[in-house]
Write a protein that binds this ligand. Structure first.
Ligand SMILES: [Zn+2]
Ligand SMILES: [Zn+2]
Length: 357
């Protein structure tokens, strides 16, 4: 474990002022922007900043003195980040690197599928609008025949050294060149199609293979299929949101499908057969035995939805409901009342119509 006092080169009895001064001195020497050619400078700076983060806070210092261990990565995410410390001391984070061409933007699109389509792998063409490379200038932003010229301010580097006054005094940092916006090149004659951006919004279609078993709201990420990047920078990603339409026949719960059938009283009593739909196959016949009770559930193995990116599929559950009729004819009514009498049931008396005296 690293010793924070050692890292800052102070004794255990150092005062807050000592600690601050030690950090100020060390930070100036190891600041990454002051050491652009030393790749280990950032790691050393982090160590010093971490030590300062803990020792400059009386509570954390006390916990550290009692043997508590602080994790470096956690510490910064917990207390606002290394960039915050840099902001505090130098008035800027690690922002001084050459800006460089920007990566293309991530683009969102959506596609709607029926439940039946989701039960099998389906290929769809997804159409969307996104920045694409301008064909007139090949993405360079310059009118054909007028090549970009090297920026004189930064001599093509895209970045310049600037002196920054900070808490630590004056230090040299690297900033993007303002003249060329960090490009290193100046375009004198802008491409008339893209106005120098190198990018134009285009209508694109991308084939997408939707894996069987996706859920409503699933987002598929297609790496590198989003918007084009600036001047050869990598493209962004395409995110396709899947919408799965409701199905009248099935209710989906995870990879299970629920289907409901209604049978009559006599069918429940004497048994019957019913035909039920299957999501991706011919209907199946189920034998309902005599004496079936309301809300009996039959399980059809592996007739549900495929498991996303796994083997196998869920089951289909058939819920059997029993219809209590509310539209009996006189004849049916008489039969049922006789049945009630024989069973010693006591149904309510037949209601007389309001106007029949
Ligand atoms: Zn420049
Ligand atoms: Zn262009």
């Amino acid at each position: 474990m690293k010793d924070y006092y050692e890292a800052l080169g102070v004794g255990r009895d150092a005062t807050p002022e000592d600690i601050k001064n030690a950090f100020r001195r060390l930070a100036r020497d190891t600041h990454p922007d002051a050491n652009p050619d030393d790749p280990s400078a950032e790691a050393r700076f982090r160590e010093i900043a971490e030590a300062y983060e803990v020792l400059s806070d009386p509570q954390r210092k006390a916990r550290y003195d009692h043997g508590e261990v602080f994790g470096g990565g956690d510490l910064f995410s917990q207390f606002g980040g290394l960039d915050d410390i840099l902001q505090q001391f130098f008035g800027g984070g690690f922002g001084g690197r050459r800006a460089g061409p920007r990566r293309g933007p991530d683009v969102g699109a959506s596609v709607s599928l029926t439940l039946e389509e989701v039960a099998v792998a389906s290929n769809r063409e997804i159409a969307f609008r996104a920045p694409g490379t301008c064909e007139r200038c090949n993405g360079l932003g310059a009118e054909p025949g007028h090549d970009p010229i090297t920026c004189q301010t930064c001599r093509g580097a895209g970045s310049v050294q600037v002196a920054r006054d900070s808490f630590l005094g004056r230090i040299m940092t690297v900033a993007p060149c303002a003249q060329c916006s960090g490009r290193g090149q100046i375009i004198e004659h802008r491409c008339t199609t893209c106005e120098g951006e190198g990018l134009v919004t285009v209508e694109r279609t991308v084939p997408v293979e939707v894996p069987p078993g996706v859920e409503d709201g699933t987002r598929l990420r297609l790496s590198g299929r989003g918007g084009a990047g600036e001047r050869g920078a990598p493209p962004g990603d395409l995110y396709v949101e899947i919408h799965v339409e409701e199905d009248e026949r099935f209710q989906r719960v995870g990879d299970e499908l629920h289907h409901r059938v209604e049978i009559g009283i006599s069918e429940a009593v004497f048994g019957t057969t019913v035909e039920v739909p299957v999501i991706d196959a011919a209907p199946e016949t189920i034998d309902i035995p005599a004496g079936t009770q309301p809300e009996t559930v039959y399980r059809l193995n592996k007739k549900g939805m495929p498991r996303l990116r796994r083997r196998g599929r869920g089951d289909m559950l058939v819920h059997v409901g029993i219809v209590i009729p509310t539209d009996l004819t006189n004849e049916q009514s008489e039969v049922l009342r006789s049945y009630g009498d024989l069973r010693n049931e006591r149904p309510a008396e037949r209601k007389r119509g309001l106007f029949r005296r």
